[in-house]
Design a protein around this ligand. Structure first.
Ligand SMILES: NC(=O)c1ccc[n+]([C@@H]2O[C@H](COP(=O)([O-])OP(=O)(O)OC[C@H]3O[C@@H](n4cnc5c(N)ncnc54)[C@H](OP(=O)(O)O)[C@@H]3O)[C@@H](O)[C@H]2O)c1
Length: 419
């Protein structure tokens, strides 16, 4: 359990990687949402010059930003990370690829008993952090919460909220939930592309990483890495329950693992035989079938092109954004997403039932809405921390923040609803 008093630490939240594309959006969000007299916010990065430029830009939006402390450290200089973590209650990190730049920071936070949240969608990185630090984080009380962006908050909190409603209304959780991405519009940043490429490269070089990436239960606790779910949907399929054609959802490979970890570390509130899948939904007719087939083929071709070094280099040079770049303000504001979670179960008196939940956001999912989701996660850890269960470990958004984060995101304008 934590031994150092919060007041001894100078910063409530350090935004680490504030100068990056997503980091600067989270900085703007936190500044808009908080009174910097109440929440002691600091900006962290590896370049003082860039941090000062960011602070000047933020001060044009809100004069209070001119007083934000700046912390210069480096992801590969452990002593600098230890200093930052010891002085901070919550480190909020947008420095990725996390498998390349995130390992030492998690270690520093666990040791310094600091809470931590990030945006990683890199399964192999999270698994390494679980193997290395979960037990120590449980002991120290450091709450390490990965995947607090579009992956995997809508999936993880959406399923958690739907299961809560199922138990309230029917006396039993749903046996099976399918996440269906409906209409959506959004872009990619260079950091996201770099992270995706790094996963593909690491998997190509290491069979153990390939094994972790293909294990549906890779993020479950040791001894609990089994269950009824198989591989994620890879092709086009007509789903009778949903009444439409479905194709793969490219973030299923991280989100499904996070949802299953939540179930495991919360003590199986969804049941040990719970089944969870993520798909993209299309129409019921020929157009739906053709689109699902085209999306499945396109995604397979994209991953194939990333796996082979000459096509990867060509794609990176010609078509994909560089680190630091991403969708501009107009594109972010034109973005949105709509997700439906469809569940089936059997009530406590033996009757079959179905339920649906909706999760939606009215900005680019990976950037506008992600800045909101990560910013609110950091605020939740900093401001609601004393009331959160459990107290420490490598956690998930639902297992750590549950209803408090759902309430915060609703207040921030996202839809989380079980009609
Ligand atoms: N889960 C989601 O929904 C979601 C959404 C968006 C982004 N992401 C993830 O967030 C990460 C960042 O993406 P992005 O597009 O914002 O990337 P980016 O613009 O390239 O920013 C990366 C940041 O990391 C910093 N950095 C790199 N090496 C460092 C080092 N050695 N020490 C300290 N800082 C270092 C960079 O500093 P400089 O500014 O000095 O270069 C920059 O601030 C990626 O892993 C991406 O996949 C996830």
């Amino acid at each position: 359990m934590k031994s150092r008093q919060d007041e001894e630490r100078r910063h409530d939240i350090v935004l680490w990687g504030a100068t990056g594309f997503t980091g600067s959006l989270v900085a703007e969000y936190l500044l808009k949402r908080t009174d910097t007299e109440e929440v002691r916010l600091a900006l962290g990065g590896r370049s003082r010059v860039k941090l000062e430029a960011l602070r000047r830009r933020l001060a044009d939006i809100d004069a209070a930003a001119a007083r934000l402390p700046l912390i210069v450290a480096d992801s590969h200089d452990r002593a600098s990370l230890d200093d930052m973590a010891r002085d901070t209650r919550v480190v909020c990190s947008t420095v990725g690829p996390y498998a390349m730049h995130g390992r030492e920071l998690v270690a520093a936070c666990v040791e310094a008993e600091a809470d931590y949240c990030d945006l990683t969608g890199e399964v192999q990185f999270i698994r390494a952090m679980i193997d290395k630090h979960h037990a120590a984080a449980e002991r120290s009380g450091a709450r390490i919460v990965h995947s607090c962006g579009f992956d995997s908050i809508p999936s993880d909190l959406g399923t958690w909220m739907l299961q809560q409603a199922a138990v309230e209304r029917h006396g039993a959780p749903l046996d099976r939930v399918t996440f269906v991405l409906g209409a959506s519009r959004g872009g990619f940043s260079g950091g996201t592309v770099a992270s995706l490429v790094n996963v593909v490269v690491e998997a190509g070089a290491d069979p153990e990483i390939r094994r972790v990436l293909t294990d549906p239960y890779a993020l479950n606790p040791e001894g609990e890495r089994h269950g009824p779910d198989g591989p994620d949907l890879a092709g086009a399929r007509f789903d009778r329950d949903l009444g439409c054609w479905t194709g793969p959802f490219f973030m299923a490979s991280i989100n499904t693992r996070v949802v299953r970890r939540s179930n495991a570390i919360l003590g199986w509130p969804y049941g040990r035989d719970f089944r969870y899948a993520e798909v993209t939904g299309f129409g019921a007719g020929l157009k739906g079938r053709l689109t699902a087939t085209a999306i499945a083929g396109g995604l397979g071709a994209f991953v194939g092109a990333l796996s082979w070094s000459p096509t990867r280099s060509a794609l990176q040079k010609l078509a994909l954004p560089d680190p630091g770049d991403g969708p501009d303000r107009a594109a972010r504001e034109a973005g949105f997403f709509k997700i439906r979670l469809h569940g089936r179960g059997t009530s406590s008196d033996g009757q079959p039932f179905e339920m649906v939940a909706h999760v939606a956001g009215n900005n680019d999912p990976g950037y506008g809405e992600t800045a909101k989701m990560l910013g609110e996660s950091a605020l939740c850890l900093a401001l609601d921390g004393a009331e959160l269960e459990p107290q420490g470990g490598i956690l998930t958004p639902a297992s750590c923040m549950g209803v408090r984060l759902v309430d915060r995101l609703r207040t921030a304008g996202m839809r989380f609803e079980v009609p």
